[in-house]
Design a protein around this ligand. Structure first.
Ligand SMILES: [Zn+2]
Ligand SMILES: [Zn+2]
Length: 135
């Protein structure tokens, strides 16, 4: 009996090590799965956003009397480019929803500033202030 106990004592650290290794693998798998889900989520969001955007570009363009050949400017960093190039988005300052598709609530941002706006690097208050200068 004592011998068995000794063998157990010797093997226990090895068993623990294997358990930890297994748990680590499992949590790594979970992280990879979460990252994959995040990526797909981003793709879906971007796709629906692109569809959605087209309608609001029209509102924006009508207000500023812009045609598809014209130059559009990011209201935050003043980067300019052609409207039909894909580097510019029309952003909803206070989010989307009923009655939110008005010129006071939509502004043109370059892709970089748009990302920062959605990460709240630029606050809604700051964006509203900037946009007012363009109205
Ligand atoms: Zn910009
Ligand atoms: Zn936006």
């Amino acid at each position: 009996m004592l011998a068995i106990q000794r063998i157990r004592d010797i093997l226990q650290p090895l068993v623990n090590f294997c358990k930890k290794l297994f748990q680590k693998k499992q949590s790594e798998k979970k992280i990879i799965k979460a990252e994959k889900e995040k990526k797909t989520e981003g793709k879906i969001k971007h796709r629906s956003f692109t569809l959605y955007m087209t309608r609001h570009i029209k509102i924006y363009m009508e207000y500023y009397d812009l045609g598809m050949q014209d130059i559009i400017t990011c209201e935050v960093c003043l980067l300019s480019g052609r409207i039909d190039g894909s580097g510019f988005d029309i952003h909803h300052i206070q989010g989307r929803g009923n009655g939110k598709d008005v010129i006071e609530n939509i502004m043109c941002l370059c892709r970089n500033c748009h990302t920062l706006a959605h990460k709240s690097v630029y606050s809604k208050t700051k964006l509203t202030k900037i946009h007012k200068k363009f109205l």
